[in-house]
Write a protein that binds this ligand. Structure first.
Ligand code: ADP
Ligand code: ZN
Ligand code: ZN
Length: 747
């Protein structure tokens, strides 16, 4: 029972870390909880504040502290709920309460008025249509898109046009010079799309969709609030199901949050929500300033909107009567925050919904192993869409064995099968996407003759090679290391090495092989800014190039109707990152990449090149069989005690002083081992400290300690024990520690 309370008195302040400490009188000890509104003495006044933290020990001088006066009765405030959620996040993901508060509460910024550009037609509709027809004839696809959008919408934001609509600035200006459009500058208004009347465009659901909707509504009517997994291939009509459920929630005077990974929030998707719900919808994106985000949250709080769509952070929209949270593409790794607190938006959504009495619908074509496992355990309810809403043939998928290519004397990155098909597409004027499945920082080592990959004997993940190809092979889960072999331990071939080819290398190979082709490349180097990212994608969508080469950033989001061939250059690259989720990532990436081919009228083909054609993630991706993949994957997770069967915690220790880090991290590990023994907690595996995958970042040294336990709660206790230890232990002073529960990436 806590004796001290930290209280925040002004929630709209710019800095949330200004908390005041009060004593909790005995009569309130039992009732008080994080998030509650209380009365406290403040100078000579009595004011309201929120409890943000409860503690057993005082941080300030005990004698100087005043008592909390009372709990504010009947105050239903959204802030209370969000602060309570922050408390849950702090507990379950680590970090300070201040970190958590900053994540859930919008921060007010001194607002500058910003000029905003709007684009509208400068000619009448008839003339615009004439010009549009001309664009269609000339295949001026960008202009065509802009004009039809303007004919439909009247006026659009500059950002919407260059962003989601994929039309570049110069194109808009050219149209302005021709007198077709007009660019208006106005002081920024708050609604990012522009208030428009509700048009309530409603589609009749098909039988499967209706069954899914009915299941949720029946539960809701019976007062049951649950988490549902809506599983259906792309195009099966999930978005229509979301919208139908949202309509019901709104009709009851409640609100809805729709989480969509930013990269997947396309202009088309946005417009579908607007067409149905009009101005009651708002959108968040990461390019908004804190002030703009704050504006959106104020509108939500004032009841001006009912639906918020956006990435992770939209989860904290201050809706007071939240009825539904949708998490679309729930398998996406971007739902896991990379900043402290490293929360997972899916889990946090479920907790927020629980607090608010709302339901959660998770949607995916390739559900995370995590969610599917919870369906099997009866924690989530499965809703299934098996058919595509619009008939569209699935692309044909071929797997090429790269070992066989080598045997036949082809040492190129491009297999013969892929080369032939690329030639064919060039001749037909259709487009090709080449996808390099590259993730992680350090490379694995494999044999190009037989496909053998060097793995950790203890953890069954690939070893990573450090340095220039001669360095040690290291396991990031346990610190095991060995020298790189000179020949393949399995077949004796000398062709054993790390796969090092990047997109740049591939570009040069492609240019050499197809000198007549127009080639675009997209990777971190070519997309430093958001603008260049959009420029490359819109250029490709406008058929300014024949071949697009890129990393995983090209497999999501945009629709390219003229792409009829997708080549995955080395599917193994994501298969052997040192991460227990490697196979899951591979299956998802391959499925998504395959989904890029043949979106339009034309039939698509996919060529997957790999050294390991028998691997279950590749076999299942080729067959587009999720369940087959899941069965094998969950067996592996069970065997190795990996999440979601067990839970995992990474302690990332960092310091500028190498020796102190080594000493401190070792002490923490020792302390935790001792603590576990003393509490006789069993079945916990603790390994490390080991060097992090990136052992030094900007002169800060990093070490990791891995802990696995069956129960998540055990890991929370271990986190608390570690936090207490480094707070009190002198030798850990120069050390920072971060926690990552069930991590989604390497360190
Ligand atoms: P998903 O979200 O699963 O990818 P969508 O909801 O985007 O699927 O649906 C795919 C396409 O099918 C869209 O063009 C959508 O308008 C159309 N569609 C979905 N449901 C229906 C329906 N019941 N009747 C007609 N068309 C539909
Ligand atoms: Zn070999
Ligand atoms: Zn290992």
């Amino acid at each position: 029972m806590a004796r001290y309370a930290r209280i925040i008195v002004d929630i709209s302040q710019e800095k949330l870390d200004k908390t005041f400490e009060y004593r909790v009188p005995e009569r309130l000890e039992e009732a008080l909880a994080v998030g509650m509104q209380v009365y406290v003495p403040f100078g000579s006044r009595r004011i309201r504040g929120y409890v943000v933290e409860l503690a057993d020990e005082a941080e300030y001088e005990e004698e100087k502290l005043k008592d909390v006066l009372s709990i504010v009765k009947d105050s239903v405030s959204i802030e209370s709920q969000l602060i309570a959620l922050a408390g849950w996040m702090r507990k379950n993901y680590g970090g300070t309460m201040n970190h958590a508060l900053k994540t859930v509460l919008p921060v007010r910024e001194k607002k500058r008025q910003r000029e905003r550009r709007r684009v509208g037609l400068a000619v009448g509709a008839a003339e615009a249509k004439e010009y549009l027809a001309d664009c269609v004839r000339r295949h001026a696809v960008a202009r065509e898109r802009l004009l039809s959008a303007l004919l439909r919408e009247g006026e659009l934001d500059w950002e919407v046009i260059t962003g989601k609509l994929n039309v570049s600035g110069p194109v808009i200006r050219a149209l302005e010079e021709q007198g077709i459009v007009r660019i208006k500058r106005e002081i920024q208004y708050r609604d990012p799309i522009g208030a428009r009347g509700q048009r309530a465009f409603v589609r009749t659901l098909n039988e499967e969709q209706q069954r899914a909707v009915d299941a949720v509504l029946a539960d809701d009517a019976a007062g049951r609030r649950a988490t549902y997994l809506l599983w259906g291939v792309t195009g099966s009509g999930k978005t229509e199901v979301y919208m139908e459920l949202i309509a019901h929630v709104i009709a009851q005077g409640r609100q809805a949050i729709v989480l969509i990974p930013e990269i997947a929030l396309t202009y088309q998707t946005m417009m579908r929500f607007y067409d149905r719900f009009g101005a009651r919808v708002s959108i968040l994106n990461s390019r908004m300033s804190a002030g703009e985000r704050y504006d959106q949250f104020v509108r939500a709080k004032n009841g001006e909107i009912d639906i918020m769509i956006g990435p992770r952070s939209a989860l904290f929209t201050p809706f007071l009567h939240l009825g539904l949270i949708i998490v679309d593409e729930e398998h996406e790794t971007s739902y896991k925050s990379e900043n402290v607190p490293r929360y997972h938006a899916r889990e946090t959504a479920i907790e927020r919904a629980r607090m608010a009495g709302a339901s959660v619908v998770l949607g995916s074509a390739t559900p995370s192993v995590d969610s599917f496992y919870r369906v099997e355990r009866g924690e989530y309810r499965l809703l299934r869409l098996e058919k595509r809403a619009k008939e569209a043939p699935l692309p044909v998928c071929e797997v090429v064995d790269l070992r066989e290519e080598l045997r036949q004397g082809n040492r190129s990155i491009l297999s013969r099968a892929l080369t032939e098909r690329m030639e064919d597409r060039l001749a037909k004027g259709q487009q090709t996407m080449l996808f390099l499945n590259r993730r992680g920082v350090a490379g694995f080592v494999s044999c190009r003759a037989c496909g053998h990959v060097i793995k950790c004997p203890h953890c069954d993940v690939s070893l990573s090679q450090h340095g220039d190809g001669r360095g040690w092979l290291v396991c990031h889960y346990c610190g095991y290391r060995e020298a790189p072999p000179a020949v393949c331990p399995s077949c004796g071939s000398r062709y054993i090495s790390g796969f090092r080819a990047g997109t740049e290398k591939i570009e040069s190979v492609v240019r050499q092989r197809f000198p007549q082709a127009r080639v675009l490349r997209m990777d971190l180097d070519t997309t430093r800014s958001r603008e260049s990212y959009e420029r490359i994608l819109s250029g490709f969508a406008n058929r300014e190039a024949d071949i697009l080469i890129g990393t995983q950033m090209i497999v999501k989001g945009h629709d390219f109707p003229y792409v009829t061939l997708v080549g995955v250059l080395a599917a193994d690259l994501s298969l052997h990152i040192s991460d227990y989720r490697a196979a899951e990532r591979t299956f998802q990436l391959l499925t998504q990449a395959a989904g890029r081919a043949g979106r339009g009228e034309l039939l698509g083909e996919v060529v997957i090149q790999t050294y390991d054609p028998g691997h279950y993630s590749i076999v299942a991706a080729q067959a587009q069989d999720y369940e087959r993949f899941y069965r094998q994957e969950i067996a592996y997770r069970k065997l190795m005690s990996y999440p979601p069967v067990w839970n995992m915690l990474v302690l990332l220790c960092a310091s500028r002083h190498q020796e102190r880090l080594e000493e401190g991290a070792a002490r923490i590990a020792d302390h935790l081992a001792g603590w576990l023994a003393q509490k006789s907690v069993e079945g916990v595996s603790l390994v490390g400290p080991a060097d992090a995958a990136v052992a030094r970042v900007k002169d800060v040294y990093r070490k990791v300690i891995y802990v696995k336990a069956r129960e998540y709660g055990t890991l929370v206790d271990i986190k608390d024990a570690a936090e207490r230890y480094i707070r009190d232990e002198r030798t850990c002073r120069e050390l920072t520690i971060q926690f990552d529960f069930n991590p989604t990436g390497g360190f």
